[in-house]
Design a protein around this ligand. Structure first.
Ligand SMILES: Cc1cc2nc3c(=O)[nH]c(=O)nc-3n(C[C@H](O)[C@H](O)[C@H](O)COP(=O)(O)OP(=O)(O)OC[C@H]3O[C@@H](n4cnc5c(N)ncnc54)[C@H](O)[C@@H]3O)c2cc1C
Ligand code: FES
Length: 250
């Protein structure tokens, strides 16, 4: 875990309400992997007090990218950063996705801003084939740079299937050998729950990247528990945010 003062290299509104932040991070960038996150101090004073967690979206040379939508005060402040500003970042945090398991095809399932960790995951998997399923409210909420083989669904049908991303996944997975795939999911809780049920019922390897309100981000405050199937609990920030779909109760 590294605490680093990073220079903002660019901040861009890439879609309706979605921002892409690029920072120079010579230290965290060399350690970060797909599925890990950083805890970002969004202002220079004590308001808001808590840092905000964001997935590592992409790493290029010594730069890290974060993709975020403006949700409340913290993300609003972050969206107002200017080139040259200094941002205090702790990272990389959490475990990240396990891509060393035995599978041939990675099936990436993203809901909304849950797409954030997938460009780096895509870049990391050089020897696998990749299929991406990306669901969003409408085409204005889709940002798909650095993804591969994308199938879309939108609530209003403005791009791809009119419906949700789990329906899209079910239609398309019929043609694949379920023993040779691994699903990676990230998105809102109802989507992850549906994905967990689908993967477990079909005995497909599956990892889910979870979200939680976080304070410390590295296992001290005990503020981000998730119940496990063995009647125990784990911490989303430290033991996750990525969990095996068979391991947790959503
Ligand atoms: C591991 C992890 C990775 C994440 N990656 C991304 C990402 O790549 N892009 C992105 O847009 N968002 C991501 N989020 C969600 C992001 O952290 C929240 O949207 C953000 O904290 C909201 O802050 P706010 O001040 O704008 O909103 P407010 O609603 O004003 O926040 C109030 C409090 O609730 C917390 N909070 C609110 N919504 C969430 C949420 N969905 N998840 C966690 N905490 C929340 C905030 O941290 C803060 O403590 C991630 C969350 C986690 C836990
Ligand atoms: S956020 Fe503090 S233990 Fe997870």
């Amino acid at each position: 875990m590294i605490i680093e003062k990073c220079i903002v290299q660019s901040i861009e509104k890439v879609k309706s309400n979605i921002f892409l932040l690029k920072v120079l991070s010579p230290n965290i960038s060399t350690k970060g992997k797909a599925g890990q996150f950083c805890n970002i101090k969004v202002s220079e004073n004590d308001f808001p007090l808590l840092r905000r967690p964001f997935s590592i979206h992409y790493i290029e040379n010594e730069s890290i990218y974060f993709l975020f939508d403006v949700h409340g005060e913290g993300t609003n402040l972050l969206s107002q950063k200017k080139i040259g500003d200094i941002v205090d970042i702790i990272g990389p945090l959490g475990n990240g996705f396990n891509i060393n398991e035995d599978f041939e095809t990675a099936v990436l399932v993203a809901g909304g801003i849950g797409v954030a960790p997938f460009p780096l995951l895509t870049k990391s998997m050089v020897n696998k084939s990749i299929i991406t399923f990306y669901g969003a409210r409408n085409s204005e909420y889709i940002y798909d740079k650095n993804l591969l083989n994308i199938n879309y669904s939108t609530d209003d049908g403005s791009i791809g299937l009119k419906g949700n991303v789990i329906d899209l996944l079910k239609i398309n997975l019929k043609n694949l050998d379920k023993q040779k795939i691994k699903i990676f999911g990230c998105g809102p809780s109802p989507m992850l729950k549906a994905l967990q049920i689908f993967a477990n019922e079909n005995n497909i390897k599956c990892e889910l990247a979870l979200e939680s309100v976080m304070a410390c981000g590295f296992g001290i405050c005990q503020g981000c528990p998730i119940e496990t199937v063995d009647n125990n609990y784990k911490l989303i920030c430290k033991d996750g945010p990525v969990f095996d779909a068979k391991e947790i109760i959503l």
